[in-house]
Design a protein. Structure first.
Length: 256
C-alpha cells in the first residue's frame, strides 16, 4: 500500500479538482501558499516547506514564520516536513532547523537527502532518523539522481535502516511504478498529475501505470476525440486518471 499525495494543492485551480474528485491525499507547499492560510479541503494534507522551490527562485523561507504558520493551521495538517536547507554541505543547518521546530513543540518529518548519503560526515544520518522517528522523508531525488543503478543503491541503503527500525518512508517527487514495486514506501508525492495542463497532453491510467499522449496521438491510438474538450475538461480528465492510479497504488501490496 502506497499513499500518493497530489502535490500542488496550494494552487486554487488545482485544488478545485482535488475537491471535486475527492482526492484523498494532497501535498501543499508553504512557500507556494504565499502567506495564505491553508484552504478548505476534505483531503488529508501533507505540508512541505517548499524549500527547493524557494531555493530555485532565490527566495528565503523564514523558519520562525514557518513554525507560526504550522501552529495556526495544525488542525488542518496531517503531516508536515522540516524546513530543510537545500544544497551540499547544509546538513548541519537542516538538523538545526529540525531541533528548533521540535523545541517549539512541533513534530516535523526529518528529511534525508542524497547529498548526505554521499557525504563523509552525514551518510549514516538516515540511521539516526530511523532510530528516532517513526516517519522519515527522502528529498531531492527527482532532480539529483539520474543514474538508475545509483538510485537503487541509495534506496536500498535507506530502506535497510527503515526495515531495521520499522520506520515509514515518504519520497518527495517520486511516482515511478517499478521503483514503488521494489521498495515499501509508505507514501510518495508528485506534481506529474498537473503536467498535462502545462503541455496540453492527456494522461491515461491503463490499469498498470500512467501514460501520456498528445491529443492527436490519443485520438489515433484510442479512436477517442477530444476536439470539444476545454482546458478545464483536460484538467478534470487528467486528475481523474491520476486518481485511478492513486487508488491502484493504495490497493496494491507488493512489499509487506
Amino acid at each position: 500500500m502506497v499513499k500518493l499525495f497530489f502535490a500542488g494543492g496550494e494552487n486554487k485551480g488545482h485544488l478545485k479538482y482535488i475537491n471535486k474528485l475527492n482526492i484523498k491525499y494532497t501535498l501543499m507547499s508553504y512557500h507556494g501558499l504565499k502567506n495564505r492560510e491553508i484552504p478548505k479541503t476534505n483531503s488529508e494534507i501533507f505540508l512541505d516547506s517548499g524549500a527547493y522551490s524557494a531555493y530555485a527562485s532565490g527566495k528565503h523561507i523564514d523558519l520562525l514564520e514557518y513554525i507560526k504558520f504550522i501552529k495556526r493551521n495544525k488542525d488542518k495538517v496531517r503531516f508536515y516536513a522540516n524546513l530543510d536547507v537545500i544544497g551540499i554541505g547544509n546538513a548541519k543547518k537542516t538538523l538545526r532547523n529540525q531541533r528548533i521546530m521540535e523545541e517549539a513543540g512541533l513534530n516535523p518529518l526529518p528529511v534525508y537527502h542524497y547529498h548526505e548519503y554521499i557525504s563523509k560526515d552525514y551518510k549514516y544520518l538516515i540511521e539516526d532518523f530511523c532510530k528516532k522517528y517513526s516517519y522519515v522523508a527522502l528529498g531531492g531525488m527527482a532532480n539529483t539522481l539520474k543514474d538508475k543503478k545509483e538510485f537503487i543503491r541509495y534506496l536500498k541503503f535507506c530502506f535497510g535502516y527503515a526495515k531495521k527500525y520499522n520506520t515509514k518512508i515518504h519520497a518527495f517527487g517520486m511516482t515511478s511504478l517499478p521503483i514503488l514495486k521494489m521498495f515499501p514506501f509508505y507514501s510518495v508525492d508528485s506534481s506529474s498529475w498537473i503536467a498535462g495542463e502545462k503541455f496540453g497532453t492527456f494522461n491515461l491510467f491503463n490499469g498498470k501505470g500512467m501514460k501520456m499522449f498528445s491529443k492527436n496521438l490519443f485520438k489515433l491510438k484510442f479512436k477517442k476525440s477530444f476536439d470539444n474538450f476545454s482546458y478545464e475538461d483536460l484538467k478534470e480528465w487528467n486528475t481523474n486518471q491520476w486518481k485511478k492510479y492513486a487508488d491502484y497504488l493504495e490497493e496494491r501490496k507488493w512489499n509487506t
